[in-house]
Ligand binder design. Structure first.
Ligand code: ATP
Length: 442
């Protein structure tokens, strides 16, 4: 375990040093496990989100997206059961007063000092705030604890405007907030995080078929984003631990350096949400079958993914220490930079001029790094550390024969490629997604 914690420390330190992820509000001493994504982190995160959107929304006929407001009418959370049910069991150490989630303690003892702990009490995890200038109970609202609910609330509008027929899905990604009792383990558990969720609407009798299909889709996603599949385990959540809305849930767990824990969830939510929204809003939330004219509430399969836990699992899977280098073996599709461009020497204007031209041309199509510091070895070292899949060096031969050296991050092999073919080469090797794909940054 000590060895594994060391690996976690190394990843956190690399993230900070190279601009992936920094402690939030650091100059003020931080803020209880909040984290900011830096220049490389935001590229990596957006690439992951783009890949997900492309895979599950843009390239499919049966799933459409929404982007709803983060603050919703509080009646939404009454209907969904979050106000009455979204609780964690809170305990406190009688000696040092540290607070814990009761279900995170193996023995009934304080993790900090071994002291005796109090009886547990239910603690609601939703963040409260006020709408407008008067902060009384009337204006109290909540920051959304999940992206899923807006999908149910907007169900009827989407149905009317997108002409989908069952089975079909609605997807949303964006921020969610939970006042976690014990945030921790870097970006694994934070109070502000991002989710990518799909509610897939089906006929009740088909739920097992679709559940199995989605379990398969999740495994395929895990592989496509570069998470080590040997470290993935399915956990069939025991009946007495299921969320209030679920009849069956599988947790997809990952062997993080700090231990095995939940990466994603796949839940059969029945018709719980749509039914309750009709009951609470008085609006008809049913689906009408085009052929039979029958009206009913569709049932729902929900693949729920955390963006930040994906980033962490991707980083843990990609991090490798080799003889004389640290290398992030990120899938080229999600690497922050697709390539780096180097002039062999920075004091030869003709090399710099050609290298700059290549850099600027490629930069119109891809996110590309420029490096002219130190020697080539140091530049490779630096790019390997941040997972850049290809390094392109412009040397004296390039001036005569219009070719450059392309060095592959993983095999470290080099090949000569003609300048005219570079764009196609990178596009092909990195299966680069078109830049027109939706990027959401909230
Ligand atoms: P946990 O048991 O770890 O608290 P959960 O079962 O409450 O998680 P869900 O409600 O199923 O989580 O949320 C779906 C996904 O959102 C999770 O699988 C995870 O990827 C992500 N997620 C949930 N809570 C957090 C958090 N506090 N920080 C980061 N990601 C989170």
């Amino acid at each position: 375990m000590q060895e594994q914690n060391k690996q976690m420390e190394k990843i956190i330190s690399l993230c900070k040093q190279r601009g992936f992820i920094y402690p939030g509000s650091e100059i003020y001493g931080g803020l209880q496990n909040s984290w900011d994504y830096g220049p490389l982190g935001v590229e990596l995160k957006n690439n992951i989100k783009n890949l997900w959107w492309q895979r599950f929304v843009s390239s499919r006929d049966d799933i459409v997206g929404i982007d709803a407001a983060l603050i919703m009418n509080p009646k939404v959370w009454e209907a969904s059961g979050h106000i009455s049910e979204f609780n964690d069991p809170l305990v406190e150490c009688k000696k040092c007063h540290e607070r814990f989630r009761a279900d995170h303690l193996e023995k009934n003892k304080c993790l900090n000092c071994g002291g005796e702990i109090t009886e547990s009490k239910q603690f609601n995890m939703m963040f409260r705030t006020y709408l407008g200038p008067v902060d009384d109970g009337e204006n109290q609202v909540y920051l959304r604890p999940e992206t899923a609910q807006a999908i149910f609330v907007d169900f009827k509008n989407v149905l009317q405007t997108s002409r989908q027929t069952l089975p079909f899905g609605i997807a949303q990604m964006g921020k969610a907030f939970r006042n976690e009792i014990t945030p921790g383990n870097f970006i694994f558990r934070t109070r502000e995080f991002e989710q990518m969720e799909i509610e897939y609407f089906i006929k009740e009798e088909d739920w097992e078929k679709h559940f199995d299909k989605w379990a398969k889709e999740m495994h395929e996603w895990i592989q496509s984003v570069g998470i080590d599949k040997k470290k993935i385990h399915e956990l069939d959540v025991p009946k007495d631990e299921l969320a209030h809305y679920s009849k069956k849930t599988i947790d997809f767990e990952f062997d993080f350096p700090f231990g095995r824990d939940e990466l994603y969830g796949l839940a059969y939510r029945t018709d719980f949400d749509l039914k309750n929204h009709e009951k609470n809003s008085g609006e008809n939330t049913k689906y009408r079958d085009q052929e039979s004219g029958e009206e009913f509430w569709p049932h729902v399969i929900e693949p729920s993914l955390g963006v930040d836990r994906t980033v962490l699992a991707v980083l843990c899977s990609a991090y490798h220490e080799e003889d004389d280098r640290v290398v992030l073996k990120l899938k080229p599709e999600i690497a922050p930079y697709k390539a780096a461009v180097f002039p062999l020497m920075r004091n030869k204007p003709e090399l710099v001029e050609l290298a700059q031209k290549i850099y600027k041309d490629l930069r119109e199509k891809f996110v590309i790094a420029w490096d002219d510091r130190g020697n080539i070895g140091k530049r490779y070292y630096s790019q390997d550390q941040i997972g850049t899949p290809f390094c392109i060096t412009i040397d004296f031969d390039s001036l005569d024969d219009d070719t450059v050296t392309v060095r592959d991050r993983d095999s470290m092999k080099q090949e000569r490629i003609s300048i005219a073919e570079l764009e196609a080469y990178l596009r092909d090797k990195s299966q680069y997604l078109s830049t027109s794909i939706y990027v959401q940054t909230n």
